[in-house]
Design a protein around this ligand. Structure first.
Ligand SMILES: Nc1ncnc2c1ncn2[C@@H]1O[C@H](COP(=O)(O)OP(=O)(O)O)[C@@H](O)[C@H]1O
Ligand SMILES: [Mg+2]
Length: 311
């Protein structure tokens, strides 16, 4: 777990505790059909929230097929709740049913991730509350769909930014703060948001102690993620029959490009590796018509281009 989600010991340990309680039912206070467990992942962007949700799904169900994700930024419009549960009779889309209710009916044993929930239309919060409280939603067709076997995970960037006195968006926490400071600031901002801004303290009450705070990705962890990702690219190429190595100079340049800006955490590193390693290699393999079975060496690398030689 710590191998796949690097540099997040507190978040991983906290989530494992939640999962253990969910699976054994100990101290759960489960009423009726309530979901097996619920967690709220808070933290900066690109630090492993989605990755931990997938890792947990793998742990619980053996593969990631049971992972169901809803990007709540796509559910910000007025009638977005109908997309989740389906349109009522007589409305367009009635036949199709709801995306969430269909998914849960098909896979009751699942991890359901509601990503970036601060972007959802406020009306969707009512659906969340029904899921957390009753563990059941009624679809537009009138069927009841049960969440009693599901693990629900919300993710959010709440508390990373705040609005200053003159309405500008400024950092509320930064990578120079300690984990303890980040945790305290995010918990207090999340609490303020649900109580004062949304006027929905009851949602937070259902989540209770299960707010899992992720840390920033700092240089030492970025380093580990960089090596893991480069090795991943090489392993992919190897599975297609190419062996590949990087010269020291090429690796250094790539390393500098990947670590120069950690504002987007691991996602930024992945984007840089795509731009400066994966795409240029794909282009070179194609242009030079390189056949599988060839041993390759990246002798030089610059931003967006590289020199690939056979050895
Ligand atoms: N702590 C981490 N350990 C390993 N990889 C990470 C970590 N954080 C982010 N990544 C990588 O960065 C990318 C974005 O991570 P993701 O989990 O989607 O971020 P978010 O926190 O925004 O959900 C993924 O490719 C993931 O593998
Ligand atoms: Mg994510």
């Amino acid at each position: 777990m710590h191998e796949r989600v690097k540099g997040q010991p507190q978040a991983v340990t906290h989530m494992l505790d939640i999962v253990k309680r969910a699976m054994t039912g100990v101290g759960n206070n489960r009423n009726g059909n309530r979901p097996r467990g619920v967690a709220f992942f808070a933290g900066p962007t690109g630090v492993g929230k989605t990755e931990l949700a997938k890792t947990i799904t793998h742990l619980l169900f053996g593969d990631e097929g049971a992972y169901i994700r809803f990007d709540m930024s796509e559910f910000s419009a007025e009638h977005a709740d109908q997309r989740l549960i389906g349109a009522p009779p007589g409305y367009v889309g009635y036949d199709a049913g709801g995306e969430l209710t269909n998914a849960i009916r098909e896979k009751p044993f699942s991890v359901v991730l509601f990503d970036e929930i601060e972007k959802a239309h406020p009306r969707i919060l009512d659906k969340f509350l029904q899921i957390l409280d009753d563990g059941v939603l009624t679809s537009g067709r009138g069927d009841r769909v049960y969440f009693s076997e599901a693990l629900i995970i919300f993710t959010s960037n709440l508390g990373i930014y705040r609005t200053d006195g003159v309405g500008r968006r400024v950092h509320n926490v930064s990578a120079s703060d300690s984990y303890e400071t980040v945790q305290a600031q995010l918990l207090s901002e999340i609490s303020r948001h649900f109580k004062e801004e949304l006027n929905r303290p009851e949602i937070l009450n259902r989540i209770g102690e299960n707010v899992v705070v992720f840390d920033f990705i700092r240089e030492d962890v970025a380093e580990q993620i960089f090596h893991q990702m480069v090795n991943g690219v090489f392993a992919d190429l190897q599975s297609q029959g190419y062996t590949i190595s990087l010269s020291d100079g090429a690796r250094l340049t790539l390393h500098a490009l990947c670590l120069k800006d950690l504002a987007n955490g691991g996602r930024g590193i992945r984007n840089q590796i795509e731009a400066h390693l994966v795409k240029p290699i794909a282009r070179a393999l194609f242009d030079q018509d390189v056949q599988p079975g060839t041993n390759l060496h990246v002798s030089a690398l610059e931003a967006g281009t590289l020199t690939l030689v056979t050895v």
